[in-house]
Design a binder for this molecule. Sequence first.
Ligand SMILES: [Cu+2]
Length: 179
Amino acid sequence: MRKLLVVAAVLASGLAAPLATPVGAHGATGGGVIVSHPWLRATPAGASVGAAFMEIRAGDGTVDRLIAAESAVAGRVEIHGHTRDGDVVRMRRLEGIDLKGGESHVLKPGGDHVMLMDLRAPLKEGDLVTLTLNFEKAGRIEVEGTVEPVGALGPHGMDRQPGLDDEKSGPVFDHSGHN
Ligand SMILES: [Cu+2]
């Protein structure tokens, strides 16, 4: 009985879940969750924080929740959102991001993002950075993001973060909170 409980605890913690198979060059899918177009912004020398963006989609008929992220390039990784206070946009830490099946959640400049704190080295344009995202149900999904120029608004020279539900993702506004 004791053994069974231990196994259940390990499974529940997500540690026993295999890492998802990467799809294409950058995105990944696992446990019904699809992560597309992950990218990061280059950081100026001496910057201690950076940000990563992507589109996350849970499979039709499922719900999930992004609860944590980590990366070898950062001492600490948090999930951040923004609140708008008049003309001022402020970052705030989120406990997680709820994902509704079949809908995209777009992490983008000026919106929700994965915040890399205590960077071990500047993020250099052209680099590939591995991020591990931890989902309540899908477990750990590893993605590789490209580092785009300082101030970029989207991956691969695009002017925004692409997403399948663009009409729901709202406007992209200028983001001066970091980078
Ligand atoms: Cu942030």
